[in-house]
Design a protein around this ligand. Sequence first.
Ligand code: NDP
Ligand code: AOF
Length: 382
Amino acid sequence: MAHPYVLLSAAVSLDGFLDDTGPERLLLSGPEDFDRVDEVRADSDAILVGAGTLRSDNPRLLVASAERRAARVAAGRPEHPLKVTVSASGDLDPTARFWHTGGAKIAYTTDEGARRLRELLPTDVEVAPLGPAVEWAVVLAHLGDVKGVRRLMVEGGGHVHTRLLQQGLADELRLAVAPLFVGEADAPRMFGPGAYPPGRMRLLETRPVGDVVLLRYVPTAPGTGRSAVAADRRWLRTACELAAQCPPSRTAFSVGAVIVAADGTELARAHSREGGDPVVHAEEAALAKLDPADPRLATATVYSSLEPCTRRASRPAPCARLILDAGVRRVVTAWREPDTFVASADGSGALTAQGVDVVLLPECERRAKAPNAHLLSPPDRS
Ligand SMILES: NC(=O)C1=CN([C@@H]2O[C@H](COP(=O)(O)OP(=O)(O)OC[C@H]3O[C@@H](n4cnc5c(N)ncnc54)[C@H](OP(=O)(O)O)[C@@H]3O)[C@@H](O)[C@H]2O)C=CC1
Ligand SMILES: Nc1c(N[C@@H]2O[C@H](COP(=O)(O)O)[C@@H](O)[C@H]2O)[nH]c(=O)[nH]c1=O
């Protein structure tokens, strides 16, 4: 189940609105910023908007720049990204520009909505019924697994942005803050009320674009239990990057680990053979940087590129034991330990048996294996 990278994109007024209440679409971006948005579109495999935005804005959602379209075609991609919309009701205007411009289109809807849309929409539009309700995780899995979408740009509106962020499904937020006020209480807001991931997001970039300021944030708070959120994938990729920093070895794996508090604060990071210790493991070195009495450990997540070990010759306690002793209750890993050094290690099983939630994200396995290719026989190319 490979979700695409989900990028939420919008422009907001200084008082936090996406639009005003007038009949025309409010242009918050200036010309330079619309060009920046066009560049993001051209980099995307698909662009999604909610049915509310289709009804109010009648957008086309095309790549405007001829050069960018030509570059896409030269790279073997369609001229325009796949256009995607989501509607429970199926209450969509068949004459809207969305359906009659650009390339491929897909509408995710309910079974009931599909009955309506199949009659209404042009026959080249794919209508995808997803049961009595439309679950966002199912939409993203279908886009990733069936439509081959790797980068999804979500261009609103507020309802869609709110749900994706609240459900931990957004990988990145790109917000253009425009220097004007809307000042109407019932204008649409970018984010509505509800439960958001805790803590602070991480700022990746700020950039003036004409008179607007672009802000790029990524979520940091780990998921809970056995389900994974976008922040889990990001932290696990960081662990895999740390694995690549290990001093090479023919007798031990290269592994990276990060320990992250429930609010997204990074508590410690480490990699195998760190600090001149030829046998130290990544999880062991990361835990050693923390006070064992740190109350945040009980709700923290340990990210480890390889599952924690259960048996080792070099130290009395394996990493699974150290994690249990630290009181950590959640581990996210990319790769089950192969039999290279220890037969049937099963660190995930050992932790699960003690009530720890272990989440395996196979989409990161290739990155976790990369610095260990010389230890895998026959050479692993997966
Ligand atoms: N400034 C900016 O950058 C942008 C501004 N906007 C503005 O945002 C406003 C529109 O936002 P908003 O009204 O929140 O609408 P949205 O575009 O977020 O669409 C909401 C609709 O999408 C469908 N939908 C969403 N989630 C689901 C789900 N899980 N299952 C089934 N259907 C779902 C529903 O359609 P249905 O009702 O058919 O069931 C719902 O009513 C407009 O004023 C627009 O101009 C929009 C994009 C960008
Ligand atoms: N108003 C607004 C945005 N609105 C977004 O652009 C869509 C219309 O695009 P197009 O079909 O190319 O005209 C619209 O439906 C909405 O998703 N985006 C921004 O970056 N800045 C803005 O100020």
